[in-house]
Design a protein around this ligand. Sequence first.
Ligand code: F6P
Length: 512
Amino acid sequence: MSDTAASIWDTLKAHQPQTLLELFSDDGRVGKLSDRIDWHMGEGDSAMTAGIQFDWSKTHLDDGLMDQFEQLAEAMDFTAKRAALFGGEAINNTEGRAATHTAQRGVGTDAAVEEAAALHARMKMLVKAIHDGALGPIKHLIHVGIGGSALGPALAIDALTRDLAKVDVHVVSNIDGTALEQAFAACDPQTTMIAVASKTFTTIETMTNADSALKWLADNGVADPSGRVVALTASPEKAVEWGVDETRILPFNETVGGRYSLWSSIGFPVALAIGWEEFTEFLAGARAVDQHFRDTDGRANLPLRAAFADQYYTRIRGCQTRAVFAYDERLGLFPDYLQQLEMESNGKSVTAAGDPVGGATAPITWGGVGTDAQHAVFQLLHQGTHLIPVDFIASIAPGDDLDPAHHRILLTNCFAQGAALMAGKASDDGARNFEGNRPSATMLCDDLDAATLGALIAFHEHRTFANAMLMGINPFDQFGVELGKQMANAIEAGGQSFDASTHALLARADLS
Ligand code: F6P
């Protein structure tokens, strides 16, 4: 860390925070810390503007903190790093490559945007061919993939196809065969396609699941099981070797990171389930956030502002976790998705240059859905000894057609929790005392449609990037997942020596 950055951190640490209620004595606070990102959809009579309100007013950010964080961003070269991200430079320095996920949404270098558009055109043709029945009557898709090759599709399909999916998609990630068996039980082999989603096309869980899925087709009388396979990969040559016909390989560039790949051909099952038009809206929502993030400076940049608060709570207030509660059943998988995005990106101990970071890095992201979580974990949020910044996410428009009371009660509960965490309630009886002064942020969507989901995910991608830049971390590698994989391979290969506990466990399970 440079001397300038270190001295800014010293100033930040010396900052005496006011309580949230004290901060709210400023009448203009909500105006200063609650802003929208909007986008325009459709044309003519059907043209509309929609967006998300990002309310960070119930955090401890004040002008003094934000001044310092803006200086920190400058000291950490944030503007140049952001330009490098959008400019296709090798921002992923440890792997010597660019990070081109925004180009999938149309924001990046001309070359990267054109390449993504061409690959999308290929994907669109295959989606359309399947919808038109050109590959036979396809009713189900079993999507096998793991991590970034599964969590995004699972989230988007769960969020956007509650009514009726155009094709019934089952995302299977775990090597535990019970996951695949559950998908088999829900699908008719005669009308099922298999998508094998793997950036590297070597991941053992995915390749084992893919083999078993093909066997299931063959065992159930499908004459040409390989003819039912689509490969979504940045290693097309490996997919060919494995036996996928080139016409059914949807490639993407290796500069698209696994946990950032939902926008590329890894999004194929999403496009198949929601249709191509909606998939392009999904990309458009993300594009609106890309443009905001690329073109807005300082605290007005909403992902950067969120990162200021994240850094404040993690580094200065010592918060080890951050909780996310979606007050929307359709976003049940959102905390899981964010876990990978944030913890795999920023769960590091060294900077991009390989030096110790010099402070806590990514907090543990966890959460759930409201109001369920209120009756399970909110006790600790209100009265426990941990300080946990909370994010709330909700949609003004309901996702259901039932009595409006359902949605009204959902939203009032969401807003009440933020208010209660902040205000608290004093009591002489310790068990009934609420200290308050507990921070939260609220993301209030006009509606939870494809564009909004795209915008929400892109917001968190950029928030993760902004946090990484403030800490000097490379968020685009994940070497930390390698050692366990190597050990598993070594155990599988046999004949190697490990610690006594591992040997005893292997012997007990009859695996040595
Ligand atoms: O184990 C971590 C990881 O490398 C993730 O980053 C990635 O999304 C996942 O595995 C799956 O990898 P692949 O898409 O290459 O199968």
